[in-house]
Design a protein around this ligand. Structure first.
Ligand SMILES: [Ca+2]
Ligand SMILES: [Ca+2]
Ligand SMILES: [Ca+2]
Ligand SMILES: [Ca+2]
Length: 490
C-alpha cells in the first residue's frame, strides 16, 4: 500500500486554495447563456434524449496502449444512433495533452449541465495521466455539450501528487441546492474529493454565480482510530443523489483504507452533505464492497445506497448490500444482502461469478420504482466460462423485488451475439432514457467480446429483449483494442 509522508502538508495547503488549476486549453465560460433551462444529464445535444458515453480506458490511441478514449453515441427514437457519434481522445487539438501509454482517458465518465446552458456536459477522468507532479497524478476533462459537439477543458487536482490517480472516480450532485451541479472528482491514491462548480459554495445566494469552474477540496472523514490523513484508499468510488430527501444532493463515498483489521476487505461508506453553512460528513459505516450505485428503488422520499462486493471473501460469488436512508449519525439503515443463493435470484452463487461487479439503477417500466441491474460478468454459461450475465431486479414499494427478476445474457432470445468464454457480458451497465419515452433503456457492456473489441448491447425500455441491438467498435469508428463497454456513463 502506498503512503505519502507529504500528504498532510499538501492536503492542508490545498484546502486553503481555491483557484482552478488549468493546463492546456483556455478557460471557457459562458455566463451570458446561463438563463437557458439546464439539460438533463447525458443529453449532450439538448434534444431530450439521453446519450451514451462509453469509456474505453484500455484503448490504444496513436499506437499508445491504454491511452484511452471516450465514445459518445447520441440517443435516437429507437435507441442509440451509431451514425451520430463523437469519438473523444487526446489525439488532435480539441483535447489538451497527448495520448500516452497508460493515460486511461475515459476510466470514469459522468454528466450534468455544469454551466446550465441547456446542453449536458461530459466529465472524463484520466487517472493515468502524468503531470509535473509525477506519474499517475491524473487529470479530469470537461466536455461542454452543444447542438453540434463538444468543446473541452482539462484540469487537474488542486495539489496533484504522483499516484493520486485523480479522476478514477467522478460524479455529480447539487450539494448546496443552488441549481448549479457540482462535479466531484476523486482517486484511489487521494484522501480527498474536489468539487468543481460554477457557483462557489461559499457564495451561496450571491449574484456572481458564473465564471467557473471553481474548485474546493474536501478531505475524507477519519474513521475510528484512523486519522483522515492516514486514509490511503486502495480504491475509491463516489456517486451523487439526494439520499436525505431534502432537495440538496449528497455525495456518497465508498473507500477502502489500509489500516482495517482485514486490509483486503475493510471499507467505509459515508455521505458528504451541505448543512447550509458548510460541508459535513456522516459517520462512516464499515463495510465490504467495491462498487456503488444510488437510486430510489422503493419510490419513497429517499434513495437507497447499493454497494456491490464481487470478491469471494464476503459471500462466495459476490453479493450486493442495499441500505435504506436512515437517521444520524450514519444516515443508513436496514442493510439487506442479495446474492445468487437468495430466493428468487436466478443462478447459483459460484466462486468467481463477480455478482455486483457492475451496478446501475433506472426505471425500465416507468412505474416510479427504480430497477436494479446487477452485473455478473464472471457467470459461466453453456457458451463458455465468464460469458457473463445481468440479473435485473425490478423495484417495488418495499425495494428490490426478488420475486420479479430477469436474468439476461447472450443466450437470451433476441439478445444479439452468442455467449462465449470471456465475453464478460455485464462488466458494466447503465440505464438511461435514450429514446425519450420516459422508460429507461438498459445498456450492457461486454468488454471481452471478440478479444479486445468489446460490445455494447441496448435493451428497449419495459424491459424487453425484443428489438435489442448491439454495436462493436467498428460500428462507431474506434479501434479494435477499445474493449467497448468497459465503462458506461450513468
Ligand atoms: Ca441527446
Ligand atoms: Ca452545458
Ligand atoms: Ca451547487
Ligand atoms: Ca421500475
Amino acid at each position: 500500500m502506498r503512503r505519502f509522508a507529504s500528504r498532510r502538508v499538501a492536503t492542508t495547503a490545498a484546502i486553503a486554495a481555491g483557484a482552478a488549476a488549468l493546463i492546456g486549453v483556455s478557460l471557457i465560460s459562458t455566463p451570458s447563456s446561463a438563463a437557458a433551462a439546464p439539460a438533463a444529464p447525458f443529453d449532450f445535444n439538448g434534444d431530450g434524449r439521453r446519450d451514451l458515453a462509453i469509456g474505453s480506458p484500455d484503448a490504444g490511441v496513436a499506437a499508445k496502449a491504454g491511452a484511452g478514449l471516450v465514445t459518445v453515441v447520441y440517443g435516437g427514437t429507437s435507441g442509440p444512433n451509431t451514425a451520430q457519434r463523437r469519438v473523444i481522445s487526446q489525439y488532435g487539438a480539441a483535447v489538451a495533452g497527448e495520448p500516452e501509454v497508460g493515460d486511461k482517458f475515459g476510466a470514469a465518465v459522468d454528466s450534468a449541465d455544469l454551466n446550465k446552458d441547456g446542453f449536458a456536459d461530459l466529465i472524463i477522468g484520466s487517472p493515468g495521466e502524468a503531470t509535473t507532479n509525477g506519474v499517475r497524478a491524473g487529470t479530469v476533462t470537461f466536455g461542454y455539450g452543444s447542438a453540434t459537439g463538444f468543446t473541452f477543458e482539462t484540469l487537474h487536482a488542486i495539489e496533484p501528487l504522483a499516484e493520486d490517480r485523480y479522476g478514477e472516480t467522478v460524479t455529480v450532485a447539487d450539494i448546496d441546492n443552488d441549481g448549479w451541479p457540482e462535479a466531484a472528482i476523486g482517486g484511489p491514491g487521494t484522501e480527498y474529493i474536489d468539487l468543481w462548480t460554477w457557483a462557489p459554495l461559499e457564495n451561496a445566494g450571491a449574484a456572481a454565480k458564473a465564471g467557473g469552474p471553481h474548485a474546493k477540496r474536501v478531505a475524507l472523514p477519519g474513521n475510528g482510530g484512523i486519522s483522515a490523513q492516514a486514509v490511503g484508499a486502495e480504491f475509491f468510488k463516489i456517486d451523487g443523489a439526494d439520499v436525505f430527501g431534502d432537495a440538496g444532493g449528497e455525495i456518497v463515498a465508498l473507500w477502502r483504507d489500509e489500516q482495517g483489521t482485514n486490509p483486503t476487505e475493510q471499507g467505509h461508506v459515508a455521505m458528504l452533505f451541505f448543512d447550509g453553512a458548510g460541508l459535513q460528513w456522516t459517520a462512516p459505516v464499515t463495510t465490504t464492497g467495491h462498487t456503488l450505485a444510488v437510486g430510489n428503488l422503493d419510490a419513497d422520499a429517499r434513495p437507497e445506497v447499493v454497494v456491490g462486493q464481487y470478491s469471494n471473501s464476503g459471500f462466495n460469488g459476490g453479493q450486493v448490500t442495499v441500505w435504506q436512508a436512515g437517521t444520524a449519525p450514519t444516515y443508513l439503515t436496514g442493510a439487506r444482502r442479495i446474492h445468487q443463493d437468495t430466493t428468487g435470484i436466478p443462478g447459483a452463487a459460484e466462486a468467481g461469478d463477480r455478482f455486483g461487479q457492475s451496478l446501475s439503477i433506472g426505471d425500465a417500466d416507468n412505474d416510479g420504482f427504480g430497477d436494479l441491474a446487477v452485473g455478473v460478468p464472471g457467470e459461466d454459461l453453456p457458451g463458455g466460462a465468464d460469458a457473463g450475465a445481468i440479473v435485473f431486479i425490478y423495484g417495488s414499494a418495499t425495494g428490490p423485488n426478488t420475486g420479479r427478476v430477469w436474468a439476461i445474457n447472450q443466450e437470451t432470445s433476441n439478445i444479439p451475439g452468442g455467449s462465449e468464454a470471456n465475453d464478460r457480458f455485464g462488466g458494466a451497465s447503465t440505464q438511461l432514457d435514450i429514446t425519450g419515452d420516459g422508460k429507461t433503456e438498459l445498456s450492457i457492456g461486454s468488454p471481452g467480446e471478440n478479444g479486445t473489441e468489446g460490445l455494447v448491447t441496448t435493451l428497449k425500455g419495459g424491459l424487453t429483449s425484443v428489438g435489442a441491438a448491439a454495436f462493436g467498435p467498428s460500428a462507431v469508428g474506434v479501434t479494435t483494442t477499445a474493449r467497448l463497454g468497459s465503462v458506461l456513463g450513468g
